[in-house]
Design a protein around this ligand. Structure first.
Ligand SMILES: [Zn+2]
Length: 103
């Protein structure tokens, strides 16, 4: 399993894709956009690092893609929730994000 997650600010929209071939994933990618891959090796690094991720209402910093690949859906969702909680403690708009599942 693997999930691809799109985070948008300031709309605090979190969209989860389960199909890695989903056409929306390709369509939504912009040059220079931040993308992080979270797997078994990088998970701890990113859980710590996400404390420093910044979101501002500019085209470079208003969104981000996360690819979470922990080979276990529940672990991937737990990791996403941890990241959102960390963001929510710094960005009020992420405290109550609008989370949707696209595919
Ligand atoms: Zn999708």
């Amino acid at each position: 399993m693997m999930i691809a997650v799109y985070l948008n600010y300031p709309r605090s929209r979190v969209c989860v894709h389960h199909n890695p071939g989903c056409s929306k994933i390709q369509q939504a990618k912009k040059p220079g956009q931040r993308r992080f891959r979270i797997d078994d090796q990088s998970r701890d690094h990113h859980i710590e690092g996400c404390q420093k991720w910044s979101f501002l209402a500019t085209s470079e910093t208003n969104d981000m893609w996360l690819q979470i690949d922990l080979r276990d859906y529940n672990q991937e969702v737990i990791t996403l929730e941890e990241i959102i909680a960390a963001l929510g403690s710094r960005y009020r708009r992420f405290a109550r994000p609008n989370i949707s599942r696209h595919c």
